[in-house]
Design a protein around this ligand. Structure first.
Ligand code: GAR
Length: 218
């Protein structure tokens, strides 16, 4: 894509930390999976020391499933509509993750709101990417809402997941201008471009904090 636009990433971290052994992660995704694909690429090219143990998706038709198949990554479809209660749906995800023995859970386009029971089960071990400068524009329509409000600046954020939706300690953010020429498609592409930069770096930051039992970013 045309990436000749100005942006700001904070904190200004340029390289991921190295992990040996690699950081074991699970990905939760509901959509196309472009963030997931970027993580696969970085992992396979040894640019990010992660071992993607499993992809869990709630949508059998989601693009992320195809990407997992193509790259031989273990995946599991857990459809909410197959369960009468949200609790049973979440329990299945919890059990799957526990069996997989991962250190960090990455929500990369996961479009289900999870209960506090789920979040507390993996306290400080879940991170989420969101297409806005949080705390602005929470929820599932963030890019559209930023445009509709005539915001001049928007971006994307990665944060630790807390029971309250799209809240929790921020790890990294990227900001860009919304120009008069932008429409939903162009802005979404720019935000995705930035997401692919900050999600890998945030995974490395979160992994470093987890492995070293740190509470802050340094
Ligand atoms: C990303 O833009 C991510 O920020 C967003 O879904 C998209 C998934 O794209 N997540 C949310 O809106 C969560 N509230 P991808 O499937 O191409 O990675």
């Amino acid at each position: 894509m045309d990436n000749s636009f100005d942006f700001l990433i904070s904190p200004n971290i340029l390289k991921p930390k190295r992990f040996s052994p690699k950081l074991r992660i699970a990905i939760l995704a509901s959509g196309e999976g472009s963030n997931f694909q970027e993580l696969i690429y970085l992992s396979k090219s040894n640019k990010l020391d992660i071992d993607i143990k499993i992809l869990i998706s709630n949508r059998p038709e989601a693009g992320c499933i195809l990407k997992a198949k193509k790259s031989n990554i273990c995946f599991k479809i857990i459809k909410n509509s197959d369960y009468e209660k949200k609790e049973s749906f979440e329990n299945e995800i919890i059990n799957t993750i526990k069996k997989t023995d991962v250190e960090l859970i990455v929500m990369a386009g996961w479009m289900k709101i999870m209960s506090s029971k789920f979040v507390n089960e993996f306290k400080n071990k879940i991170i989420n990417i969101h297409p806005s400068l949080l705390p602005s524009f929470k929820g599932n329509n963030a890019i559209n809402e930023a445009m509709s409000c005539c915001s001049k600046i928007t971006g994307c954020s990665v944060h630790f997941v807390e029971p309250e939706v799209d809240s929790g300690r921020l790890i990294m953010q990227a900001a860009l201008s919304i120009t008069n020429e932008d429409n939903l498609e162009t802005l979404s592409k720019k935000i995705h471009f930035l997401e692919h930069k900050i999600l890998p770096l945030s995974i490395s930051q979160a992994g470093f904090m987890l492995r070293n039992d740190l509470k802050d970013n340094d």
